[in-house]
Design a binder for this molecule. Sequence first.
Ligand SMILES: Cc1ncc(COP(=O)(O)O)c(C=O)c1O
Length: 400
Amino acid sequence: MSFFASVEMAPGDPILGLTETFVADPSANKINLGVGIYVDEQGRVPMLASVREVEQALATAVRPRGYLPIDGLAAYNRLTRELLFGAESPLLAAGRVATAQTIGGSAALRVAADVLKQVAGAGAKIAISDPSWGNHHVIFRTAGFELLQYRYYDAASHGLDIAGMLEDLSRMEPGTVVLLHACCHNPTGVDPDAAQWQQIIDVLKERQLLPFVDMAYQGFDQGLDADATAIRLLAASGIEAFVVVNSYSKSFSLYGERVGALSMIGSNRDEAARLLSKIKQTIRTIYSSPSTHGAALVAGVLGSAELRDRWELELGGMRTRIHEMRAGLVERLAAHGAPDFGFIQSQAGMFSYSGLSKAQVHRLRDEFAIYALDSGRICVAALNRDNLDTVASAIAAVCR
Ligand SMILES: Cc1ncc(COP(=O)(O)O)c(C=O)c1O
């Protein structure tokens, strides 16, 4: 009998499973709106020129590859803190932010979950928006958290249920971790505005909840600083402790390089130093230290005034294209006589909860070879000038 005979098949990832079905579909004009990455007008993952410049410099100056420190490249961590909090942030001057380079935003979430579980102990609880990115639940459940939900998406208005959200948060026990998407909420595309963020933060402070901000799409909605509004307001709120995880997968188009970071904010320099020691202890037991290349690319761009300007332009280009595709889809849907989809333009980032039902999503796939998630989530970045009209006409057809 094999040692592994009793191993059961783990459920597949629904998003990756959809891509497999898409790849196997023989239709010539198939379109995949189920993806979770930014693709350009030609449907390709962009290679940013700012990144390429650093890449080429690294290739000509080939260096030995020793281990990075457990918490990664120091310059990368410093530049990350500056991007998240603003270079002039008093939190940085006070040494209150402990940052570690991680293997994408995913490992930042996992390391943070393990550290927080140690602090919170047996009764660790986390509140997650309904709905949220599926990995959030799995990561925190695996780390031993009890999962709670707060109301977030309002299906009737296709917007934010701010009243429900505030009411649910105000009922949470003190010490509960509250996971928030900084911008470009995945999967809905629905974000609080600045005034709503302030209301949310007031409740977090009053109820003594631990804010935990996940920022995977900085720069994809309004710009680098505007998209960090939640973090900036938290920093100014007087809340002493909070957590930020961030990812450069999308903003640098470096998905496979696995570039992310975990920042834990303590009430003073000494607390931050102790937090960093816990972060490093945790990383040591999972992957020991992060990899060199992706962090060198990001630090190379962010650390050069000229390359950073170029990167901001390129990021702005991705952002503008997303806005154009949102506007274009709304306009084409109206032209095809579909019901009002104007809310798509109020949503932010790569994703949109389209409001399409599971049955409509299946009709799109079966009759038009257009793939979306059963939840109705579409990736707006997968639209382009060539496929926009086809998609709009198919959506209008399944709405009739
Ligand atoms: C909300 C959210 N958080 C975190 C991540 C993880 O990013 P990474 O690919 O860098 O691990 C993603 C990626 O899709 C995401 O959507």
